[in-house]
Design a protein. Structure first.
Lengths: 313, 197
C-alpha cells in the first residue's frame, strides 16, 4: 500500500468511528430522561462534534504537508501556552520572560525542527530556556516568590512548547525503509493517544465503579483505565502496518504511549486543579481547552519520539 | 484587527446579565490596558459594532496611526481629557452620539488602573445617565487584561481574556451622584467574581 492509501484507510476508519459516535449520540439523546443523563449526552455530542472539526483540521494539515504541520503545531503550542499562562498567577515582573516565551522561544523551537536541527531542538528549551527565562526575570527586580515564578515559566515552556513540539518532530526521523512516510508515524501517535482518552472515557461511562484518583481527575476510573488502555494497546498493535514496527513492537510501543498519556493526563490535571480550575480553557466545545486535549500528547510525544529514534534509526 | 485581538487575548464574550441586542446602550467597563477597547469591540457581534462607539482619550488616540485605528476602524468618539477649552463640555461629542440613538463603550475610571478591580468612577457616566434615561447601562468586566499589557508595555502577552456583560442598570429616582457611581462600580466588581485585588 502506498502512503496515500494508508492515510486514506486510517482517516476513513476514524470518520466511520465518528459517524457511529454521532448516531449513538442522537439515539442516546432521544432516550435520556434524567437531567444528569441529558447533560452527559449533550457533553458527549459536543465532544463528538468537536472531534469532527479536529479531524477535519488534521486531514487538511496532512494534505498540505510538512510546513503546514509545523505551523499548525506551533499554533497548538501557542494556544496551550496561552491557557497555561492565563491560569498561572503571574506578576508584572514576569512580563519580559513571558514575552520571550511567546514570541522568541516558541517560534525558534519550531524553526529548529523545520530546519532539521535535531541537536539544537532537543536541548534548546531544557538548557537555554531553563536558564535564561529566570535570568531575564531578574531584570524586573521583583524577588517575590522568585523560585515559584521561575518554575511556572519553566513548566509552561517545557510542556506547551518543548513537549508538544516532539509530535511534529517525528517528521525529522530518518527511519531506514520508511522514508517519506513519517507523517503516518505522527498520525499513529495522535491516534493512539486520543483513542486511549476516548476509550477510557467510554469504558469508564459503561463500567466505571472505582475512582482512580478522585481528587486529581474525578472522571477517571480504574475500569475505564484498564478497559480503554488495553483495548487501545491492542488496536495500536493491529495498526502496525502503518508503522515501521512489527505487530509485537507496535503493541509494546502503544502500551508505552497509553501509559505516558495517562501520566500526562493525571499530572496536568493535578496542576490545573491546584490552580483552582476544572478545565484549562474554553476553546474546544465539550472538551475544555487546547491543553485538556493535548495533556496526554505532551507526555507521550517525547517518549514515543525517543523510543523510535533509539531503536529504529 | 479584531482577528489579531482575538489571537492575542481571546476576548471571549460572556453575556451573563443581558443578550447582545441592538437597543441603545452605554457599556461601561474597568480599564487596565490600551487593548481594552479593542477587546470589548471584538467581543461584540458584528451587527452591533456598526452602532456601538468606543470612547477614547484624544490625548492618546488623537494622532497618527492611533487616530486612524480609533476613528476609522473602531469609529470611536474622542474625548478631550485635558479640557483645552475650559468652556466646552468634554461630554459634548458623547451626547451628540447618544442623541443619534447610537451606543457607547466608556471607561468611567478615566484612566488605566493596574489591579483586577476598578478604581473610583468619574462623574461622566452619571451625567450621561441623567440625560439619557432610556439608554441601558450595561456593566462590563474585562478579565485578565491588566496582566496581559501592564502599564508602559507595548506588546501584549497572549492571555485568554473573557469579556463579561452584566445585567443592565439604571439611575434610581433621587439617587445621588456618589451613590450611583459607587453602585455602578460595584456592579462591575460583582462580575469579576472572586478575583484577588
Amino acid at each position: 500500500m502506498t502512503l496515500r492509501e494508508k492515510m486514506f484507510w486510517v482517516f476513513g476508519g476514524v470518520i466511520a468511528l465518528l459517524a457511529i459516535a454521532s448516531v449513538a449520540g442522537a439515539i442516546l439523546g432521544k432516550r435520556a430522561r434524567s437531567d444528569s443523563g441529558r447533560a452527559t449526552v449533550d457533553n458527549l455530542k459536543a465532544r463528538v462534534n468537536a472531534w469532527w472539526v479536529m479531524i477535519a483540521v488534521l486531514a487538511v494539515t496532512f494534505a498540505l504537508g510538512e510546513t503546514a504541520t509545523l505551523v499548525v503545531f506551533a499554533f497548538v503550542s501557542f494556544f496551550a501556552l496561552r491557557e497555561f499562562i492565563t491560569l498561572t498567577p503571574t506578576r508584572p515582573g514576569d512580563y519580559l520572560p513571558l514575552l520571550l516565551a511567546f514570541f522568541v522561544i516558541l517560534p525558534v523551537q519550531y524553526l529548529l525542527i523545520g530546519h532539521d536541527q535535531y541537536g539544537t531542538f532537543a536541548i534548546f528549551i531544557p538548557v537555554y530556556g531553563f536558564l535564561l527565562l529566570p535570568a531575564v526575570a531578574t531584570f524586573a527586580g521583583d524577588t517575590h516568590e522568585f523560585l515559584e515564578r521561575s518554575a511556572k515559566l519553566q513548566w509552561a515552556t517545557m510542556i506547551t512548547i518543548y513537549c508538544i513540539s516532539y509530535a511534529p518532530a517525528l517528521l525529522l526521523l530518518n527511519i531506514p525503509g520508511y522514508q517519506g512516510s513519517n507523517a503516518l508515524l505522527l498520525l499513529y501517535l495522535l491516534l493512539i493517544v486520543q483513542l486511549s482518552d476516548v476509550l477510557q472515557y467510554v469504558f469508564g461511562k459503561l463500567f466505571g465503579k472505582t475512582k482512580l484518583a478522585p481528587l486529581v481527575s474525578p472522571s477517571k476510573t480504574v475500569e475505564g483505565l484498564v478497559g480503554g488502555g488495553l483495548t487501545t494497546t491492542l488496536i495500536g498493535g493491529a495498526l502496525y502496518w502503518i508503522t515501521p514496527f512489527t505487530w509485537l513492537q507496535a503493541t509494546a510501543i502503544s502500551f508505552v504511549i497509553v501509559v505516558a498519556g495517562v501520566l500526562g493526563g493525571l499530572t496536568l490535571s493535578a496542576m490545573k486543579r491546584g490552580l483552582g480550575a476544572k478545565d484549562w480553557g474554553v476553546m474546544i466545545e465539550g472538551h475544555g481547552g487546547m491543553l485538556d486535549r493535548m495533556d496526554s500528547v505532551s507526555f507521550a510525544a517525547p517518549m514515543f519520539f525517543h523510543i523510535v529514534r533509539f531503536f529504529f534509526t | 484587527m479584531t482577528g489579531a485581538a482575538k489571537l492575542l487575548v481571546g476576548a471571549f464574550p460572556r453575556w451573563m446579565g443581558c443578550a447582545p441586542e441592538p437597543t441603545q446602550r452605554i457599556y461601561f467597563a474597568n480599564h487596565t490596558s490600551h487593548i481594552d477597547t479593542v477587546a470589548i469591540w471584538a467581543a461584540l457581534p458584528i451587527r452591533l459594532r456598526n452602532t456601538t462607539h468606543p470612547v477614547a482619550a484624544k490625548d492618546y488616540w488623537g494622532g497618527g496611526i492611533r487616530s486612524y485605528i480609533a476613528t476609522k476602524m473602531l469609529r470611536a468618539v474622542l474625548i478631550d481629557r485635558s479640557r483645552s477649552d475650559p468652556n466646552a463640555n468634554p461630554l459634548a461629542p458623547l451626547i451628540e452620539m447618544l442623541k443619534l440613538g447610537e451606543s457607547l463603550i466608556i471607561f468611567p475610571e478615566g484612566t488605566r488602573g493596574s489591579s483586577a478591580v476598578p478604581g473610583q468612577f468619574k462623574s461622566g457616566l452619571y451625567h450621561l445617565a441623567t440625560q439619557f434615561p432610556n439608554a441601558q447601562l450595561v456593566p462590563v468586566y474585562l478579565e485578565n487584561l491588566h496582566r496581559s499589557l501592564p502599564k508602559g508595555a507595548v506588546l501584549p502577552i497572549p492571555m485568554t481574556c473573557t469579556v463579561r456583560f452584566g445585567a443592565p442598570m439604571a439611575l434610581a429616582a433621587e439617587e445621588t451622584k456618589e451613590a450611583f457611581l459607587e453602585r455602578a462600580r460595584a456592579e462591575v466588581i460583582k462580575l469579576a467574581g472572586n478575583v484577588k485585588a
